[in-house]
Design a protein around this ligand. Structure first.
Ligand code: SAM
Length: 237
């Protein structure tokens, strides 16, 4: 299966501006998408969650705020992203919903995770899998780490099935986003990468086959916001 585009992106460079761009370009809906993932997982108090490609930690915090889970691990390959996640945790430390909860932050590759076999109940990944070069490696690691009947939940951008919505969205991705990127970030590159990688993901990657190749089972795909984003629910049998 083909890899992510060769313009493989250096998240270290955009880490500081990442959150602002995320919320701005999604008009704030990104919080809701992550919350949908947390709701779909619905972990019990003692169940362990591992969030891969965690970036600045928004999925990790969402689990601790909106679910019973008391222990979440966030992993990302980018040290600057994890540093920002730590700083965010410091800022949130007085919040009632963070009391008596623990977070482990790991700087590592999602295809080589330093955790024990069958040690987690949920593996999650929001807007990260599109950027991972070795996706099969990452899914195989998820299968290794999950307890039997554990689940993987993936949020990723997709293209709407409605033809008109899809054309509008393609125009937004190809023309508006790079322009807005130039205005907000001072460079079109990062948002051009986003646009290209979404196109590549949609046209070149057969994620359903990759899930099966890693020994996992696709349970369902849930389109969100007209199909701009898809929530993939995957199970270890
Ligand atoms: C678009 S960000 C998503 C961040 C976060 N999950 C969110 O919801 O905002 C993608 C993240 O994937 C990380 N990443 C890319 N390849 C990775 C890999 N092989 N292992 C771990 N993290 C990776 C990047 O460093 C970046 O922080």
């Amino acid at each position: 299966m083909s890899e992510t585009p060769k313009t493989h992106f250096d998240f270290d460079e955009v880490a500081v501006r990442y959150d602002r761009c995320n919320h701005l370009f999604s008009l704030g809906i990104d919080h809701w998408w992550r919350r949908r993932l947390v709701k779909a997982a619905n972990p019990k108090i003692q169940q362990r969650v591992l969030d891969l490609c965690c970036g600045t930690g928004d999925v990790v915090f969402s689990f601790l705020k909106h679910s019973s889970s008391k222990h979440v691990t966030g992993l990302d390959i980018s040290e600057p992203m994890i540093e920002l996640a730590r700083q965010k945790q410091d800022r949130l430390t007085k919040k009632v919903w963070l009391r008596n909860k623990t977070i482990d932050w790991l700087v590592d590759d999602a295809a080589k995770i330093p955790l024990e076999d069958k040690s987690v109940d949920f593996v999650t990944c929001a807007f990260g899998i599109r950027n991972v070069t070795n996706r099969i490696g990452m899914l195989t690691e998820a299968a290794r780490l999950l307890k039997p009947r554990g689940r993987v939940l993936v949020l990723e951008f997709s293209l709407p099935s409605n033809v008109i919505l899809r054309s509008l969205y393609r125009f937004y991705l190809a023309c508006i986003m790079p322009l807005a990127g130039r205005l907000v970030l001072g460079a079109a590159g990062p948002l051009k990468y986003l646009s290209q990688s979404i196109h590549h993901w949609h046209t070149q990657v057969n994620f359903t086959t990759e899930i099966a190749d890693a020994g996992l089972t696709l349970v369902r795909k849930v389109p969100l916001t007209g199909g701009i984003v898809t929530l993939w629910v995957i199970r270890k049998m």
